[in-house]
Design a protein around this ligand. Structure first.
Ligand code: HEM
Length: 358
């Protein structure tokens, strides 16, 4: 990374930290008007792990100062976790004898490998400080919030108390729940409506594309064999240089105006017909969402407010709480069944069934 870019990034990180309302969730934080799911709370670890948010923030700052791209990877990881089977950290589970994991589903193949390592590293640090009491799903949600905030975006409170799931979703379920980049607004609106998101939420969440990278294959169908007429000429010409063929393995930034800063420039891109995916650009073509895109392009505070609300909603999709999940000792694997679990299986079931469970 060039020296100038690195020092401006350090400036952004330091000013973000100074502007943070507090290291614990503050009542004044954006988004506190969003209802919270039963079993979650704004102060869940206040007594059991008061340094939780500090540990995460501190570690992420040390990562981002060298590679701010990781912020995008962590934000996308939270989205992919929550949309498939709820925010239960199932996307983190490695495959097992039970079949290919969620990670092997095509949309998850481009999640950044380092995002998974970062989550495990944070988990280890938290366990050292507080014991094994914080779920991987909560860590993913907090890491996504800090990724947004440390890249220049809004700070919002994260209701906590999620438990980690015991199973991962099938490849089919993953495909059915994550919209593809070639989807138009009608498809995106109806897919997200099933998860209770309104058009404002949809446009706001899509603003996550203000940071990060995409592989050529996610959008070359808009370039080859014929160019999508809704794409600006010069933008298309430049993309063809980065992606000389439809199956090029190259990557490019998703927001050409400010690729590493969480701001409202993604919407300015759309107004200029410089959105990367059909799912992005069509939000400006479709009359149901066009006005929302414009309102965010001209008013960053409005975008930040709506993004924070939609993220708090997203972070609560089908959460597991209390005894409905576990606190993993390793975010990539469910906990081994303990002797006491086996004893309870043996006690509860007839002998043959108990043996087959084991
Ligand atoms: C609305 C439907 C969405 C679609 C169709 C979509 C699709 C995609 C695709 C295809 C990529 C590029 C993958 C690649 O080629 O490497 C991507 C990247 C990304 N998406 Fe989305 N996405 C959607 C919603 C979201 C949401 C809700 C968020 C977060 C709030 C998000 C955050 C990101 C980020 C940060 C990246 C860059 C990741 C990186 O640099 O590693 N996306 N998305």
């Amino acid at each position: 990374m060039a020296g100038a870019t690195k020092s401006s990034l350090s400036f952004l990180l330091i000013s973000s930290l100074l502007l943070a309302p507090s290291l614990s969730t503050s009542e004044a934080t954006v988004g506190h008007n969003v209802p919270i799911a039963s079993g979650l709370s704004w102060t869940f670890y206040q007594n059991t792990c008061p340094s939780l948010e500090f540990i995460i923030r501190n570690y992420l700052m040390s990562v981002f100062v060298n590679d701010i791209g990781q912020a995008a990877g962590l934000l996308r990881l939270h989205f992919h976790d929550c949309f498939v089977q709820g925010c239960d950290a199932s996307v983190l589970l490695d495959g097992s004898a039970s079949g290919p994991s969620e990670q092997q589903a095509p949309p998850n193949l481009s999640l950044r490998a380092r995002a998974f390592h970062i989550i495990n590293e944070i988990r280890n640090r938290i366990e050292k400080a507080c014991g094994r009491i914080v779920s991987c799903a909560d860590i993913v949600a907090l890491a996504a919030r800090d990724s947004v905030f440390l890249s220049g975006g809004p700070y919002y409170g994260v209701p906590l108390g999620r438990r980690d799931g015991l199973t991962f979703a099938t490849i089919n379920a993953t495909l059915q729940n994550l919209p593809p980049p070639f989807a138009n607004t009608s498809t995106i609106l109806s897919m997200l409506a099933t998860k209770n998101f309104n058009p404002t939420d949809v446009v706001a969440l899509s603003g996550g594309h203000t940071i990060g990278l995409s592989h050529c294959t996610s959008f070359t169908s808009r370039l080859y064999p014929t160019q999508d007429p809704t794409m600006a000429q010069t933008f298309a010409k430049n993309l063809k240089v980065v992606c000389p063929t439809a199956n090029s393995t190259n990557t490019t930034v998703m927001d050409i105006r400010s690729p590493n800063v969480f701001d409202n420039k993604y919407y300015v891109d759309l107004l200029n017909r410089e959105g990367l995916f059909t799912s992005d650009q069509d939000l400006y073509t479709d009359s149901r969402t066009r006005g929302i895109v414009t309102s965010f392009a001209v008013n960053q505070s409005l975008f930040f407010e709506k993004f924070a609300e939609a993220m708090i909603k997203m972070g609560q999709l089908s959460v597991l709480t209390d005894n409905n999940g576990e606190i993993r000792a390793n975010c990539s694997a469910r906990n081994p069944r303990s002797m006491s679990d086996l004893v309870s299986v043996v006690e509860e079931l007839p002998v043959e069934e108990a043996l087959s469970e084991i």
